[in-house]
Design a protein around this ligand. Structure first.
Ligand SMILES: [Fe+2]
Length: 289
């Protein structure tokens, strides 16, 4: 097994591993440590069944089902062998989307931070990918926090923020949700803005997403201005990696220490990704108020 950083900011490529065959205990320990160290891992050239993908993902912890709003987008129709996997796709079959998120851009986010306990990790497998476009970007929030100017750090290190649950990262209103008219009253979860990672104990910036975010106990205009400064800063080139998909790619990222986004792509191209998500644990503040 070879583990090679993708760039100075985030991610590593793991070569010499066949995920379909499974990993022995020693190999998995190395992969898991690399995932914690590099925040995101890439495995190229894999050929996986739904069972093999879910078996790999489940090594990292208990799997959890897709969000309620996306349950009817499972292309597997609830087949047992794929019950813990769901589909990200723009493909329409018989007039119905077979997966979530369509072909548009998805804004920078961590997955499902509108829950009190967001997932630990997400896994994507490139079952069918377009020839270009639909790149997935990642940003390292340990690094963003470590390098953040002191004046900006001091403005947030005891703060908490509201992570709104109303929209998907593709900007679609979730089922049963109403438009947000006041971010201070929006539904969602409140998290520390700087967390202590539950496994590495390292401190990381934890922003969720920009849309409808609100920093608790601040005037609305001040919250908006500070959030804009933070987002301008934390998605700079010094913190990011852009992934160009190839069929057979497997990505796993640490949802606690990263952000990700997706470029839009040509709607005439097919894209089918299989996805698993690992259940999370509580996210303590790095700096108790
Ligand atoms: Fe996501």
């Amino acid at each position: 097994m070879q583990i090679t950083p993708l760039n100075a900011a985030i991610g590593a490529q793991v070569d010499g591993v066949d995920l379909a065959a499974g990993l022995d205990a020693e190999a998995f320990t190395a992969v898991r440590q690399a995932w914690l160290d590099h925040c995101m891992l890439l495995f190229r050239g894999q050929t996986l069944t739904p069972e093999q993908l879910t078996a790999f993902a489940a090594r990292f912890g208990p799997l959890e089902p897709p969000p309620g709003s996306e349950k009817d987008l499972r292309a597997d129709s609830g087949a047992d062998e794929a019950k813990d996997m769901w589909i990200i796709s723009n493909v329409i079959e018989d007039g119905k989307a077979i997966g979530a998120l369509g072909d548009g851009e998805a804004e920078w986010h961590s997955d499902m931070t509108y829950l009190d306990i967001p997932p630990t990790a997400s896994v994507l497998y490139g079952h069918e990918v377009p020839p270009y476009g639909a790149n997935t970007w990642f940003a390292n929030m340990y690094r963003a926090w470590d390098k953040m100017p002191a004046d900006l750090r001091s403005e947030i290190d005891h703060r908490r923020a509201l992570h709104n649950s109303s929209y998907t990262s593709a900007g679609e209103l979730r089922k049963g949700m109403a438009d947000v008219t006041d971010v201070r009253q929006a539904p969602g979860a409140v998290h520390p803005m700087v967390i202590e990672h539950p496994e590495t104990s390292r401190e990381a910036l934890f922003l969720g997403r920009r849309t409808n975010a609100y920093i608790k106990d601040m005037e609305l205009a001040d919250s908006e201005a500070l959030l804009d400064r933070l987002w301008d800063y934390c998605i700079g080139a010094d913190f990011t990696y852009t992934h160009n998909w190839q069929p057979g790619d497997v990505l796993i990222w640490d949802n606690r220490s990263t952000l990700h986004r997706r470029d839009a792509f040509d709607p005439s191209h097919r894209r089918i990704l299989w996805r698993c998500q690992i259940s999370g644990s509580a996210l303590p503040s790095a700096h108790a108020a």
